[in-house]
Design a protein around this ligand. Structure first.
Ligand SMILES: [Zn+2]
Length: 66
């Protein structure tokens, strides 16, 4: 097992898509590690169900940042 003390250099940024389910907004991302779709409740650094890390970025936020 490898452990990182500094994640920011090794964490991909992935675009999230909005998903509204039963009045709850979730974010869906295509995992760059395992290729599956994972759901999250917020943006930012997230630990995926497959055990890897990535940074969820909303496409609209990316536009304003670029
Ligand atoms: Zn995954």
């Amino acid at each position: 097992m490898t452990s990182y003390t500094s994640l920011s250099n090794d964490v991909p940024t992935v675009p999230a898509a909005d998903l509204v389910t039963s009045g709850t907004l979730q974010l869906v991302v295509r995992c760059p590690h395992c290729g599956a779709q994972h759901r999250h409740l917020g943006l930012g650094l997230r630990r995926s169900p497959c055990g890897r890390y990535y940074v969820l970025a909303h496409p609209a936020a990316q536009l304003s940042a670029a």
